[in-house]
Design a binder for this molecule. Structure first.
Ligand SMILES: [Mg+2]
Length: 395
């Protein structure tokens, strides 16, 4: 190993990395416009420093279905050397530094997304490690405090809306988001009956998952505008031109939400400063980690808009999302998928189930949750365990 030339002599370094890819098989496949899933993955990362302290993070890996194992292999291969540039004592710069380090690789492969997602997971793990060492909850480390959050039941297939909403209501939820966009007739039917799905004091949102065109929206607009919707999420693909987004914003009365597929500071800047998006939803495991998303969340709230973290994955990333929303402030709702996924409940610690209708952010140091090794062993499909190589003297 080359000699340590960094100036932080004596400071702790990352000594060990584990990448853990888990899969929970579904008894009944889950369908959306993104495709059909017959299992639910979670990709975890554990970092241990030279003082023996640990930190956990989660890397977004939902789609395509085989993508979790690929990201696990990519993380193991790329982080072996890349981690030498991060300082566990200064996690606030981790996403930016790692993303810089992985930039050429992502250009060469034409795949920026997996690099963003891996850097996000590392950023979360470093924040967990640093806040555990500081003895404070992650939300406090980020400048706020853990709090009880209003959650909403997400991922509801509109074709199963009555039964899924009834079940979620029984579990304490008062806000529900339907996945639409399967076909015009189904969308029309569900929107026409939307008011009957909720009770007084409850709220309803829809998510088209980027599946509509401007012409679809023109055809559906009366039904959308007649429905009691708190927001309409991703009505268009994220890469449609500004003119199309402006048209959709002019036609629809409900607030427009988006952000889970925005992948640059510029894209978020445009969403914050523009007139299209009222609700902005970065995903802490997908782009930015805590360091990138906290800055965006604060600017969203500062601009008078609503920050509602996107999240669909295992329980660890959900807990990170809760700390981030706790720290950012505002009246945003915490997104909680209510489809079958044991890796959510088993890894979310005390955050789930809801208590008195609210998700209570853990107040123990760091995330306040440490994954149970028995759970990991039960669902693990890939495991990498290595010491990072310090190549700082070579670069
Ligand atoms: Mg969405």
């Amino acid at each position: 190993m080359p000699p340590d030339t960094r100036s932080t002599v004596g400071a702790a370094r990352i000594a060990r990395v584990e990448i853990l890819c888990l899969r929970y098989p579904l008894a009944k496949p889950m369908e959306s416009v993104m495709g059909r899933l017959d299992s639910r993955p979670a990709l975890l990362i554990r970092l241990e420093d030279t003082d023996g302290a640990e930190g956990w993070g989660e890397i977004w890996c939902n789609f395509p279905q085989p993508g979790a194992e690929y990201r696990a292999r990519l993380a193991a291969a790329s982080l072996e050397r890349a981690l030498s540039i991060v300082d566990p004592g200064a996690p606030g710069d981790a996403f930016r530094l790692l993303r810089q380090r992985l930039h050429m690789l992502s250009l060469q492969s034409g795949e920026g997304g997996p690099a963003d997602q891996i850097a996000s997971g590392v950023d979360i793990a470093l924040h967990d490690l640093a806040s555990r060492k500081a003895g404070v909850p992650m939300a406090t480390f980020l400048g706020g405090a853990p709090r009880a959050l209003d959650g909403y039941a997400s991922g509801i297939d509109c074709r199963l809306a009555p039964e899924m909403i009834t079940q979620a209501r029984g579990n304490g939820y008062r806000a529900f988001k339907l996945r639409v966009g399967f076909d015009r007739a189904t969308d029309t039917g569900i929107l026409a009956n939307a008011a009957g799905l909720i009770e007084p004091g409850e709220v309803l949102m829809i998510d088209a998952n980027q599946s509509w065109t401007v012409s679809d929206i023109d055809g559906l607009k009366d039904h959308i505008n007649d429905a009691p919707l708190t927001w309409v999420e991703e009505p268009l693909p994220v890469d449609r031109p500004d003119t199309e987004w402006a048209r959709v914003a002019a036609v629809l009365h409900a607030p427009i939400a988006g952000g889970e597929n925005m992948r640059s500071a510029d894209a978020f800047d445009n969403a914050i400063s523009g007139n299209v998006f009222d609700v902005i939803q970065p995903d802490v495991c997908k782009w930015g980690g805590l360091s990138g998303c906290l800055d965006i969340a604060k600017r969203v709230i500062g601009a008078g808009k609503r920050y509602c973290p996107h999240y669909l994955g295992g329980g660890l990333g959900l807990v990170a999302s809760a700390h981030l929303l706790s720290a950012a402030g505002g009246d945003g709702l915490l997104e909680i998928d209510v489809n079958d996924n044991a890796l959510r409940e088993l890894l979310a610690g005390p955050l789930l189930p809801l208590r008195n209708g609210r998700a209570v952010t853990p107040d123990a140091p760091g995330l306040g949750v440490t994954p149970d090794r028995a759970v990991i062993r039960e669902f693990q499909v890939l495991h990498f365990d290595f010491a990072p190589i310090d190549d700082s003297a070579e670069t």
